[in-house]
Design a protein around this ligand. Structure first.
Ligand code: ADP
Ligand code: MG
Ligand code: MG
Length: 899
């Protein structure tokens, strides 16, 4: 039948999910495979889109449905609403992407006061007929007419109590007939409408109700979370009913082709005798394990397992299946590629490769970095009845237990003594870094997913819950108070669930992750670890992108290496100026002349040389990209306001203020900037603070000499931050080369060190061709590039309005989490093209947070970036995603390389 909006099952296939919805497309596919699917047809999503736009179904749709209904009636030999032996249909929702249970489905359409007797007579089962009618009036009442579900439930509960019944199975025909009458009365009272007796009117209104359920609250919330567009619409499938509720030789169930929790092969599922589909999910009765069907109905069981095998082979993936047995006859009502846990995803991918059903590129397309991350987090066993202290944004996943501390000194003191701590702060700043490093988890009262605390914690792989607004944090009083008044004093043990965004009082039991143990040690074990290891090997063999780490310390470097880093793509040097060295930095800042500066710089040199030597040793044989000092100098001075208060207090009490403190205060007053993000930092610092980069470069050069003398194989590279014009780069580069040559000459060992630049300002990207002439490599600093392209300061936007933008749909994802392809991405693309045109051998990397973000990694692969550099903890996922991005590699080639 050639019609516009309606498609018979035997006319479609699985490729048509956009039009027929996943459910309709797979029903069509199974029909074509010759499986026992009750016949029917599907109204396309295009009709729903018209309905959503205009509030009306498209002109002619009702006539089309009539045509297909006639075909269906002819095929089955029964008519909708026929009093003697009626055809009943289900009216089912089904969108392109599975939204399980989020929209409505109406069963048993076609029953009325007359045909219920016909059904009873034709089936010979009176109770079943009345049970079906009861279900229709109830479902129709709630979904089509909008009666509150509780109104019907109340009737059922009261009737069960009157009859002393535990469940609905005990109702007799007279009970059910009475319930139907009561249900109809409820509908009349609540809506002023009659339950429609005309079957065709039932059908038409049901179709419209399913369309409408697309915009229901449940469905909308689900779409937002799953990033499903709001304008796709749902298809509606109309299908002949089969009856699992027609007696003990009937039933309904759900089956998986393998275990969706672990991926193990076998028969998994639930079976409910004498029931209709919705009973399984609604949990009105406890289902049996599917295996028990083998004893109840061996023929149907065998048939079912045969079909499960066939479907898995056909779809080449885990499928889940809805089935119904009507009087010993098996019917398949739905299948789809089944949802699964992260563990199952990896295990199934490998199992299907081993069974020859898919190749490795396909296997890699079935797992992702997010799932791999999930497998690396330690987890709480169960929350049980622990006291919930706070709820906030799940900013960095995982589970951690520790003693609450409120500031850096307490955090570091306790951690140094071996006590695990949880740092609780109203918000964090770079000053809190040592405390964050010491802590197992960070909890903040303010800020969201991209606040300082969240970003830093994720980078370090620390658990973090931020924006816990209900938690009253009293730093001075060293305690915090939960929403329910629970007071937690410093030192109290709490459990932080960064995956759920919750904090509990007390220590919840932790389960360690086997996958993390594997990544740390390389020791494989059967099961999920082996599956992850194999997928990572395949991804490594397939990927074109090199994956390096952002690592600032020897310990980070060593971990990065264990996690598979091909080197360091970003080694920041600012931490080398903290701690006890801060005093030297203060001297440096206070100095007015070169001569004053000299002693501080000379004192810093050996520290830096030792740092670099250790890092180059940890990354022996691999590149280490060292970024020269980037942040503004005043960040190294004590907090301006606090210092002002201290000095004022000292003066007020008549004390003589410490002269050093006064000088530092004056310096910070002098260096204070309106907008530090755009102030004296990066390459500007190198040009304006004489001696600073010379000292850094000398430390690098001397570290190289030391490593070479020790028999090592150092590969440092020097990276200049925040370049806007090639003129800046030229000047700094000349200085770098001068110092390296000097060190080389003194030592008698040539120091070879490529010099490149970060591309993190729009102007740098726009003039990439010129800049490339003076750079050996580019590294996109996508954090600053995003800030400067959008004109957004990340922390300010996060604190003030980013969440609101996301809620209102102005942004679908934070540009600080996933690269903004159209804007920032366009600059990246342009810089890659023009940089390479000017200099074909230019190496190009990315070292912003985006380098660890799966969606962004696919973009970087696409535009021809050479390498990613991300935090060590994100390395495994980045390797996997880079392999996935490379996509269709020759399977044999991958297998060959693996041997
Ligand atoms: P959902 O997408 O929420 O699972 P479905 O459209 O699959 O909704 O239907 C709900 C329940 O009704 C399922 O258990 C399904 O198997 C059952 N069902 C749907 N159509 C029929 C039918 N024609 N005959 C018997 N049961 C059906
Ligand atoms: Mg279903
Ligand atoms: Mg930057």
């Amino acid at each position: 039948m050639a019609t516009a909006y309606v498609h018979d099952f035997d006319a479609g296939s699985r490729e048509q999910a956009a039009l027929l919805g996943g459910k309709g497309a797979n029903l069509a596919e199974m029909t074509r495979l010759g499986l026992p699917v009750p016949p029917g047809f599907t109204v396309g999503t295009d009709a729903c889109r018209v309905f959503l736009r205009t509030g009306e179904v498209p002109v002619g749709l009702d006539a089309e449905i009539a045509e297909h209904l006639t075909g269906l009636q002819r095929a089955i030999g029964r008519r909708l609403g026929e009093p003697d032996d009626p055809l009943l249909v289900s009216v089912r929702s089904g969108a392109r992407f599975s939204m399980p249970g989020m929209m409505d489905t109406i069963l048993d359409v076609g029953l009325n006061d007359a045909s219920v007797f016909g059904l009873a007579k034709a089936s010979g089962r009176e109770r079943f007929a009345w049970d079906s009618y009861r279900r229709l009036v109830q479902m129709y009442g709630t979904t089509v007419l909008g009666v509150a579900a509780a109104r019907f439930e109340d009737v059922l509960t009261r009737r069960r109590a009157e009859r002393g019944l535990a469940d609905d199975l005990g109702f007799e025909v007279s009970d059910l007939a009475g319930i139907v009458e009561e249900f109809k009365a409820v509908i009349g009272q609540d809506t002023g409408e009659e339950f429609p007796q005309d079957p065709r009117a039932q059908l038409d209104r049901a179709v419209r109700a399913v369309f409408r359920s697309w915009t229901g609250e449940r469905a909308r919330v689900y779409r937002r979370r799953e990033h499903i567009p709001d304008d796709l619409g749902t298809a509606v499938t109309v299908q002949a009913m089969v009856f699992g509720n027609s007696g003990p030789d009937s039933g309904t169930g759900v089956a998986f082709t393998r275990d969706p929790a672990t991926g193990r092969a076998g028969v998994y599922g639930d079976y409910l005798p004498d029931a209709q589909g919705e009973d399984v999910v609604s949990g009105v009765r406890n289902a049996l394990p599917l295996q028990e069907l083998e004893a109840l109905d061996p023929r149907s069981y065998e048939r079912l397992t045969g079909i499960l095998g066939l479907l898995e082979t056909h779809y080449r993936d885990l499928c889940d299946v809805e089935f119904t047995i009507e009087r010993g006859r098996l019917w398949i009502l739905q299948t789809r590629v089944g949802k699964r846990t992260a563990e199952a995803a990896f295990r199934i991918a490998c199992a299907l490769v081993d069974e020859g059903l898919i190749d490795w590129p396909q296997a890699l397309s079935r797992v992702d970095g997010g799932q791999l991350d999930q497998l690396t987090f330690p987890r709480f066993d169960a929350h049980g009845d622990a006291t919930l202290l706070a709820r906030g944004v799940p900013a960095s996943p995982g589970a951690a237990v520790g003693a609450v501390v409120f500031d850096v000194p307490e955090a570091t003191r306790r951690a140094a003594a071996g006590e695990p701590v949880v740092l609780v702060r109203p918000e964090t700043s770079p000053d809190d870094l040592p405390g964050m490093i010491a802590a197992e988890a960070v909890v903040t009262g303010r800020g969201g997913k991209t606040s300082h605390a969240a970003v830093v914690a994720r980078g370090m792989g620390k658990v973090c819950v931020c924006g816990a607004a209900d938690l009253d944090i009293d730093v001075a009083g060293r305690r915090c108070t939960g929403a329910d008044g629970t007071v937690v004093a410093e030192g109290t043990t709490v459990s932080v669930d960064g995956t759920a965004g919750t904090v509990y009082v007390g220590a919840l039991p932790l389960v360690a992750s086997a996958v993390t143990r594997y990544l740390e040690t390389g020791i494989r074990s059967a099961g999920v670890v082996e599956a992850v290891a194999r997928c990572l090997e395949q991804a490594d063999a397939a990927r074109r992108l090199a994956v390096l780490a952002n690592a600032d310390t020897p310990a980070d470097a060593a971990r990065a290496r264990r996690f598979g880093a091909g080197g360091i793509g970003l080694c920041r040097t600012e931490h080398m100026f903290l701690g006890p060295r801060r005093r030297l930095v203060e001297e440096l800042i206070l100095a007015r002349t070169d001569a004053d500066r000299r002693p501080a710089l000379d004192a810093l040199l050996p520290f830096q040389r030792a740092d670099f030597t250790e890092i180059l040793a940890a990354m022996d044989g691999l590149p280490v990209t060292i970024r020269l000092l980037d942040p503004p100098l005043h960040e190294f001075l004590p907090d301006h306001t606090e210092a002002a208060v201290r000095l004022a207090v000292a003066r007020a009490t008549g004390e003589e203020p410490d002269p050093h403190e006064v000088r530092v205060y004056e310096a910070s007053e002098r260096l204070r900037e309106q907008n530090p993000m755009l102030g004296l930092r990066g390459v500007r610092l190198a040009l304006l603070v004489p001696g600073l980069i010379a000292t850094q470069v000398r430390a690098i050069g001397e570290a190289v000499v030391a490593r070479v003398r020790a028999g090592g194989d150092p590969h440092p590279e020097i990276m200049i931050p925040l370049v806007a014009t090639v003129a800046e780069l030229r000047l700094v580069r000349a200085e770098v080369e001068r110092v390296l040559a000097e060190v080389g000459q003194e030592a008698g060992i040539p120091v070879d060190c490529p010099v490149g630049t970060m591309i993190e300002l729009p102007r740098a990207a726009l003039t990439a061709g010129e800049i490339a002439a003076a750079a050996d490599f580019f590294s996109f600093g996508t954090n600053d590039l995003t800030q400067t392209t959008w004109g957004l300061s990340r922390d300010d936007a996060e604190a003030a309005f980013l969440a609101d933008y996301l809620d209102r749909g102005i942004l679908t994802v934070s540009p600080f989490e996933t690269i903004d392809r159209e804007g920032v991405g366009r600059l990246v693309r342009l810089a890659v093209e023009e940089g390479r045109r000017a200099r074909p051998d230019l190496r190009i990397g990315v070292c912003g947070e985006h380098a660890g973000d799966p969606a962004s990694i696919h973009f970087f692969h696409e535009v021809g970036v050479d390498y990613l550099s991300c935090s060590p903890y994100r390395l495994p996922a980045a390797r996997l995603e880079a392999g996935r991005a490379a996509g269709s590699v020759d399977a044999e080639e991958v297998t060959r390389r693996r041997r």
